[in-house]
Design a protein. Structure first.
Length: 141
């Protein structure tokens, strides 16, 4: 394929996203992909409910529904922010962390399938480049 026929970066990312959505099923991950994304955002830090909605690109209603579901599964808990009692801080529970580790292993295998044409070094480079691109992501909805 000549360079003029290679899709642009955004089109390629969208095609890869479709592949991931198609393959990252409940049966593969042990949870829905949106739940995985939500838990992944809580991996290293607790976030306010509003920050989590922004980070996951979910509207407030859908985010609350997701958090209600994850809380019922005991994968997250919401705590009142001691500095602002109107805010909730969302925290990953031990059960949620365990479930996330299991889903990470499945996602790593899926990544190997989706990005199988790339070497390990190329995948690392892609991850670094995407991380840099996302560093400029707007923080407001």
């Amino acid at each position: 394929m000549s360079a003029s026929h290679v899709p642009g970066s955004i089109v390629s990312l969208m095609r890869l996203t479709k592949l991931v959505y198609k393959q990252a099923t409940f049966e593969v991950l042990g949870m829905k992909l949106k739940a995985y994304v939500t838990l992944s955002n809580l991996r290293d830090t607790n976030l306010s409910q509003q920050e989590l909605c922004i980070a996951t690109h979910m509207d407030a209603n859908n985010c609350v529904l997701m958090l209600n579901h994850l809380e019922e599964l005991d994968w997250i808990e919401r705590r009142r922010d001691p500095s602002d009692r109107r805010r909730h801080i969302v925290c990953l529970t031990d059960a949620g962390r365990d479930k996330l580790v299991q889903a990470d292993a499945a996602m790593e295998s899926l990544e190997g399938e989706v990005l199988g044409a790339l070497s390990a070094d190329e995948r690392d480079q892609l991850r670094a480049l995407l991380g840099r691109a996302l560093a400029g992501e707007p923080v407001e909805a």
